[in-house]
Design a protein around this ligand. Structure first.
Ligand SMILES: [Zn+2]
Ligand SMILES: [Zn+2]
Length: 184
Protein backbone atom coordinates (compact mmCIF):
# COMPACT_ATOMS: atom_id res chain seq x y z
CA UNK A 1 0.00 0.00 0.00
CA UNK A 2 1.29 3.44 -0.99
CA UNK A 3 0.14 6.09 1.47
CA UNK A 4 -0.70 9.60 0.30
CA UNK A 5 -0.70 11.96 3.27
CA UNK A 6 -2.06 15.50 2.91
CA UNK A 7 -0.41 18.05 5.19
CA UNK A 8 -2.66 20.92 6.22
CA UNK A 9 -5.25 22.25 3.84
CA UNK A 10 -4.81 20.37 0.56
CA UNK A 11 -7.68 20.14 -1.92
CA UNK A 12 -9.49 16.78 -1.70
CA UNK A 13 -10.14 16.48 -5.45
CA UNK A 14 -6.47 17.01 -6.05
CA UNK A 15 -5.58 14.25 -3.58
CA UNK A 16 -8.05 11.90 -5.25
CA UNK A 17 -6.66 12.64 -8.72
CA UNK A 18 -3.08 12.10 -7.57
CA UNK A 19 -3.84 8.86 -5.75
CA UNK A 20 -5.93 7.50 -8.65
CA UNK A 21 -3.10 8.19 -11.07
CA UNK A 22 -0.45 6.61 -8.85
CA UNK A 23 -2.65 3.57 -8.36
CA UNK A 24 -3.33 3.21 -12.11
CA UNK A 25 0.44 2.96 -12.51
CA UNK A 26 1.64 1.12 -9.42
CA UNK A 27 -1.19 -1.44 -9.41
CA UNK A 28 0.96 -3.42 -11.89
CA UNK A 29 3.27 -3.95 -8.91
CA UNK A 30 0.33 -5.00 -6.75
CA UNK A 31 0.19 -1.63 -4.98
CA UNK A 32 -3.02 0.04 -3.85
CA UNK A 33 -3.01 3.71 -2.90
CA UNK A 34 -4.73 5.14 0.13
CA UNK A 35 -5.26 8.82 1.02
CA UNK A 36 -4.92 9.25 4.78
CA UNK A 37 -6.43 11.95 6.99
CA UNK A 38 -4.41 15.12 6.77
CA UNK A 39 -1.68 15.94 9.29
CA UNK A 40 -1.94 19.40 10.84
CA UNK A 41 0.58 21.96 9.54
CA UNK A 42 1.37 22.80 13.19
CA UNK A 43 3.25 19.50 13.44
CA UNK A 44 5.85 20.99 11.13
CA UNK A 45 6.46 24.40 12.74
CA UNK A 46 9.96 23.15 13.59
CA UNK A 47 10.73 23.07 9.86
CA UNK A 48 9.88 26.77 9.39
CA UNK A 49 12.73 29.15 8.59
CA UNK A 50 11.54 32.66 9.45
CA UNK A 51 14.28 34.40 7.48
CA UNK A 52 13.35 32.58 4.30
CA UNK A 53 9.63 32.26 5.00
CA UNK A 54 9.92 28.64 3.85
CA UNK A 55 9.94 25.15 5.35
CA UNK A 56 12.91 22.80 5.35
CA UNK A 57 11.77 19.84 3.26
CA UNK A 58 13.74 17.07 4.95
CA UNK A 59 12.14 17.86 8.32
CA UNK A 60 8.84 16.54 6.91
CA UNK A 61 10.26 13.14 6.03
CA UNK A 62 10.75 11.78 9.54
CA UNK A 63 7.16 12.42 10.61
CA UNK A 64 5.89 10.90 7.35
CA UNK A 65 8.19 7.90 7.81
CA UNK A 66 6.72 7.33 11.29
CA UNK A 67 3.22 7.24 9.78
CA UNK A 68 4.43 4.85 7.07
CA UNK A 69 5.89 2.44 9.63
CA UNK A 70 2.80 2.63 11.81
CA UNK A 71 0.51 1.92 8.84
CA UNK A 72 2.92 -0.63 7.36
CA UNK A 73 2.88 1.20 4.02
CA UNK A 74 5.25 0.37 1.16
CA UNK A 75 5.89 4.10 0.74
CA UNK A 76 4.56 7.39 2.08
CA UNK A 77 4.07 10.53 0.01
CA UNK A 78 3.25 13.78 1.84
CA UNK A 79 1.56 16.57 -0.08
CA UNK A 80 1.66 20.12 1.25
CA UNK A 81 0.80 23.58 -0.01
CA UNK A 82 3.63 25.04 2.11
CA UNK A 83 6.72 26.38 0.32
CA UNK A 84 9.67 23.98 0.74
CA UNK A 85 13.44 24.50 0.46
CA UNK A 86 16.69 22.66 1.00
CA UNK A 87 20.01 24.21 1.94
CA UNK A 88 21.75 25.53 -1.18
CA UNK A 89 18.50 25.66 -3.15
CA UNK A 90 16.01 28.53 -3.48
CA UNK A 91 13.13 26.10 -3.35
CA UNK A 92 12.24 22.49 -4.06
CA UNK A 93 9.16 20.96 -5.67
CA UNK A 94 9.74 17.89 -3.55
CA UNK A 95 12.26 15.47 -2.14
CA UNK A 96 12.54 11.79 -1.37
CA UNK A 97 14.44 9.56 1.02
CA UNK A 98 14.71 6.05 -0.42
CA UNK A 99 15.80 4.31 2.77
CA UNK A 100 12.88 5.87 4.69
CA UNK A 101 10.70 5.08 1.65
CA UNK A 102 9.22 8.50 2.11
CA UNK A 103 8.81 11.62 0.01
CA UNK A 104 7.13 15.01 0.20
CA UNK A 105 5.95 17.34 -2.54
CA UNK A 106 4.77 20.95 -2.44
CA UNK A 107 2.04 22.44 -4.60
CA UNK A 108 3.11 25.99 -3.68
CA UNK A 109 5.05 26.63 -6.90
CA UNK A 110 2.92 24.36 -9.09
CA UNK A 111 -0.04 26.76 -9.06
CA UNK A 112 -0.30 28.97 -12.14
CA UNK A 113 -1.19 31.86 -9.76
CA UNK A 114 2.33 31.73 -8.37
CA UNK A 115 3.54 32.90 -11.80
CA UNK A 116 0.86 35.57 -12.16
CA UNK A 117 -1.38 33.37 -14.34
CA UNK A 118 -5.07 32.60 -13.90
CA UNK A 119 -5.88 29.69 -11.56
CA UNK A 120 -6.22 26.39 -13.41
CA UNK A 121 -7.05 23.25 -11.47
CA UNK A 122 -6.27 20.95 -14.42
CA UNK A 123 -2.77 22.35 -14.82
CA UNK A 124 -2.21 22.09 -11.06
CA UNK A 125 -3.43 18.47 -11.12
CA UNK A 126 -1.12 17.49 -13.98
CA UNK A 127 1.90 19.09 -12.36
CA UNK A 128 1.16 17.56 -8.96
CA UNK A 129 0.80 14.10 -10.52
CA UNK A 130 4.17 14.50 -12.25
CA UNK A 131 5.93 15.60 -9.06
CA UNK A 132 4.31 12.74 -7.15
CA UNK A 133 5.44 10.18 -9.75
CA UNK A 134 8.92 11.72 -9.79
CA UNK A 135 9.44 11.55 -6.03
CA UNK A 136 7.96 8.04 -5.82
CA UNK A 137 10.43 7.03 -8.52
CA UNK A 138 13.22 8.24 -6.22
CA UNK A 139 11.67 6.38 -3.27
CA UNK A 140 11.91 3.20 -5.36
CA UNK A 141 15.52 3.86 -6.29
CA UNK A 142 15.36 5.76 -9.59
CA UNK A 143 17.86 8.52 -10.36
CA UNK A 144 17.37 11.55 -12.60
CA UNK A 145 16.92 10.78 -16.28
CA UNK A 146 18.39 12.72 -19.20
CA UNK A 147 15.22 12.25 -21.28
CA UNK A 148 13.33 15.58 -20.98
CA UNK A 149 9.99 13.80 -21.56
CA UNK A 150 10.56 11.29 -18.77
CA UNK A 151 8.95 12.01 -15.41
CA UNK A 152 12.35 11.33 -13.78
CA UNK A 153 13.92 14.30 -15.59
CA UNK A 154 14.98 16.99 -13.10
CA UNK A 155 12.68 20.02 -12.98
CA UNK A 156 14.36 23.37 -12.45
CA UNK A 157 11.10 25.17 -13.11
CA UNK A 158 7.49 24.39 -13.98
CA UNK A 159 8.47 24.73 -17.64
CA UNK A 160 10.49 21.53 -17.22
CA UNK A 161 7.60 19.91 -15.37
CA UNK A 162 5.19 20.86 -18.17
CA UNK A 163 7.55 19.31 -20.75
CA UNK A 164 7.49 15.92 -19.05
CA UNK A 165 5.08 13.06 -19.51
CA UNK A 166 3.51 11.87 -16.25
CA UNK A 167 5.23 8.46 -16.50
CA UNK A 168 8.64 6.78 -16.63
CA UNK A 169 10.51 6.32 -19.91
CA UNK A 170 11.34 2.80 -21.10
CA UNK A 171 14.71 2.62 -19.43
CA UNK A 172 13.49 4.09 -16.10
CA UNK A 173 10.55 1.70 -16.19
CA UNK A 174 12.81 -1.33 -16.65
CA UNK A 175 14.94 -0.18 -13.72
CA UNK A 176 11.82 0.46 -11.61
CA UNK A 177 10.53 -3.01 -12.39
CA UNK A 178 13.79 -4.59 -11.21
CA UNK A 179 13.84 -2.38 -8.11
CA UNK A 180 10.25 -3.23 -7.19
CA UNK A 181 11.13 -6.92 -7.15
CA UNK A 182 13.71 -6.14 -4.46
CA UNK A 183 11.59 -3.61 -2.55
CA UNK A 184 8.39 -5.65 -2.28
ZN1 LIG B 1 14.42 14.38 -8.49
ZN1 LIG C 1 13.67 8.06 -17.78
Amino acid sequence: MILVIPIGDVNEDLMEAVSAFIESYYSRFGQRVSVLRSLPEEEFVGAFNGTRGQYLGRRFLFTLADVRREMKGTAALGVTSLDLYEEGLNFIFGLAHPSLRTAVISTFRLRPEFYGKAPNEEVLKERTIKEAMHELGHVFGLQHCSNARCVMHFSNSVLDTDMKEPHYCGSCFRRLKRNMEVFL
